[in-house]
Design a protein around this ligand. Structure first.
Ligand code: AMP
Length: 274
């Protein structure tokens, strides 16, 4: 990476946890289009998983991932181990970066330590890689909002580019965790998540339904998915502050999370103001 910088090449950086799919590749493609060289990290970051979560089962198809990176013309694939990444290995270090407020709602309610782990590892990766542009997916909307704020608050000399969500033909957002879903759920029920967002986005383009109204809508929309799907949240928020939308003339985002068994899926749709 030092050689790339010494050669004056602009560097686009795509941090991932591996199990690469077309969503990750779209970030790599965006980086290749804008920068001289692309750096991808593959690191299943232990500090962003709670003890009850799927750290040990998380898919790690490293050979296929390296082949995908080679095919996408990635200049450097950075694959550190927890011991290389952290002072205390899988336990992390003593320093943690926490972005207040933005991480408290949505996924932060069920995963209270998750975003601190994400921020800390991305800050470390930015220090190690020193990219010009950081590529993130809109798929993880809250994560992107938090990381943009971290970059601004801590003056990381990097531009952040948030890229659109890549979906299966069914509408299901691509995710490394989709491999946990059995065939029937993946085909028949999981696409309902995006369908719900689309139906709602059309309905509310001019209105601001209350949290209770959204819940009622979700209850009837997902009735046919009972008992396989458990909704965790469905909210309409200001796209930047992640607070309830206050003023007209600001972008809003519909965000959803829910579980099929132990598999937790998230999705969102941006509702841009005219
Ligand atoms: P992950 O490997 O899940 O940590 O994701 C690495 C990056 O890829 C994050 O910035 C994600 O938001 C992004 N990403 C994951 N899934 C998708 C998708 N379906 N479309 C676009 N970007 C994605």
């Amino acid at each position: 990476m030092a050689e790339l910088r010494a050669a004056g090449q602009s560097v686009g950086f795509v941090p991932t946890m591996g199990a690469l799919h077309a969503g990750h590749c779209s970030l790599i493609d965006a980086a290749r289009a804008e920068c001289d060289a692309v750096v991808v990290s593959i690191f299943v970051n232990p500090t962003q998983f709670a003890p009850t979560e799927d750290l040990s089962q998380y898919p790690r198809p490293i050979e296929a991932d390296l082949a995908a990176c080679a095919e996408c013309d990635v200049a450097v694939v950075f694959t550190p181990t927890p011991d290389e990444m952290y002072t205390d290995g899988a336990g992390g270090g003593l320093t943690t970066i926490a972005v207040a407020q933005l991480g408290e709602g949505l996924c932060g309610r069920s995963r209270p330590t998750h975003f601190d782990g994400v921020c800390t590892v991305v800050a470390k990766l930015l220090n190690l890689v020193g990219p010009d542009v950081l590529y993130l997916g809109q798929k993880d909307f809250q994560q992107a909002a938090i990381l943009k704020r971290m970059v601004a608050d801590l003056d990381f000399p990097v531009r952040v580019n948030v890229c659109p969500i890549v979906r299966e033909a069914s509408g299901l957002a691509l995710s490394s965790r989709n491999v946990y879903l059995d065939e029937e759920i993946r085909k028949k029920f999981a696409p309902k998540i995006y369908e719900c967002l689309q139906v709602l986005a059309k309905k509310i383009s001019d209105s601001a339904p209350s949290g209770a109204e959204l819940r009622d809508f979700a209850d009837s929309f997902f009735a046919e998915c009972t008992p396989v799907f458990e909704l965790e949240y469905l909210e309409l928020l200001d796209a930047e502050t992640l607070k309830p939308p206050a003023n007209k003339g600001r972008n809003r985002v519909l965000v959803i999370a829910g579980c099929f068994g132990k598999t937790r899926l998230i999705d969102n749709v941006l509702i841009e103001c005219d």
